[in-house]
Design a protein around this ligand. Structure first.
Ligand code: SF4
Length: 332
């Protein structure tokens, strides 16, 4: 590991104002330290933000929750308000990583974790995200875990977070502090960027900008579910996951929020999929139509071709479970 300076921040303001080229924040470190050991990240200075006063969870006046960026994944999953009002988030959190990692990983860090593309972590192989312009070894290589939606000629990596998928379905807002003291509110859908021809740029944060809180709106109406398909029962990233929130009144779907993990370079959400469902009676045929819309532009790269039919089956099964008591029999 390359040598680096270490600064313990006393305040969020001091942390953001100490940033500059070669300076990184560190909190739980569950992803960053691995990247540093492999010399994929080589900061000159680490600013330790882990002791800042950003660890609480509070009710908002609007009826939502304000989550400090340093709340651990374990504490967030166990919070009674999260379990009761946002079960999709609690279930997504508990499906991620291992208990030891969840005890260290923070909410802000989880949002910004890097892809688990094998070639990104192998410095002997070409990777446009790690070394822009060098190529992409995953295309034509072993790409079982890569994305099938939102990819580019430069990069086909998938976003690894479960938590962020649930937060995308819940319309979370990311609150940040900028050097100089200004704050920003960023809709979670605007936090992430598609790879395009700059896959090394993964989010819309500015240099030195620090995530301080995540705000959830009031709990949505309807049933919530997080369904994750993976290679083993624990400590595995999603091949496909669905965070679903669906409300049905008088046997008609009145609202739907669906976000997907494992399929795209960001927690994936497609308003057209939800629009297909709203105002209709739940049925397997309708769910198949929604899957057609979701996957219309999906592209496999060989080893990950299976994700396209898997995503279809996972979405249909999730919607069936969310609407079981109102499901309309399809005509024979
Ligand atoms: Fe790198 Fe992206 Fe290609 Fe993986 S998919 S090797 S992260 S450019």
């Amino acid at each position: 590991m390359k040598q680096f300076d270490y600064i313990k921040a006393d305040s969020a303001e001091a942390a953001v104002n100490a940033t500059g080229e070669g300076v990184h924040f560190i909190a739980g470190g569950t992803n960053l330290l691995d990247l540093m050991k492999l010399q994929i990240e080589t900061p000159d200075t680490l600013i330790d933000i882990s002791r800042l006063d950003l660890g609480g969870i509070a009710d908002t006046s609007a009826g939502g929750l304000l989550i400090g960026a340093l709340v651990t994944n374990s504490d967030l999953a166990q919070d009674s308000r999260v379990r009761g009002r946002y079960p999709v988030l609690a279930r997504a959190l508990l499906s991620g990583a291992s208990p030891q990692l969840r005890n260290k990983a923070t909410t802000g860090g989880n949002l910004l974790q890097r892809t688990r593309c094998y070639y990104f972590y192998d410095t002997a192989r070409a990777c446009n995200k790690r070394d822009p312009g060098s190529g992409c070894a995953a295309q034509g290589g072993f790409n079982r875990i890569m994305a099938v939606l939102g990819t580019s000629e430069e990069c086909i990596a998938a976003h690894p977070s479960d938590m962020a998928v649930a937060m995308r379905a819940l319309d979370a807002t990311i609150i940040t502090l900028l050097p100089g003291g200004d704050r920003r509110r960023i809709a979670i859908g605007d936090l992430y960027q598609l790879p395009g021809d700059t896959p090394e740029i993964e989010n819309s944060l500015q240099p030195g900008e620090l995530i301080t809180h995540i705000e959830l709106p009031p709990a949505p109406a309807g049933e919530q579910l997080y369904r994750k398909v993976r290679d083993r029962a624990s400590y595995a990233f999603a091949l496909v996951s669905v965070a679903g929130i669906v409300a049905v009144e008088d046997r008609i779907i009145t609202s739907a929020a669906l976000a997907f993990g494992g399929l795209g370079p960001m927690p994936w959400r497609d308003a057209a999929v939800e629009a297909v469902l709203i105002g209709k009676a739940p049925s397997i045929a309708l769910f198949e139509t929604a899957a057609n819309v979701l996957l219309a532009d999906a592209r496999g790269y060989g080893s990950n071709d299976f994700k396209i039919p898997l995503a279809r089956r996972t979405l249909v099964a999730a919607l069936r479970d969310l609407t079981t008591s109102d499901l309309v029999e399809d005509a024979a």
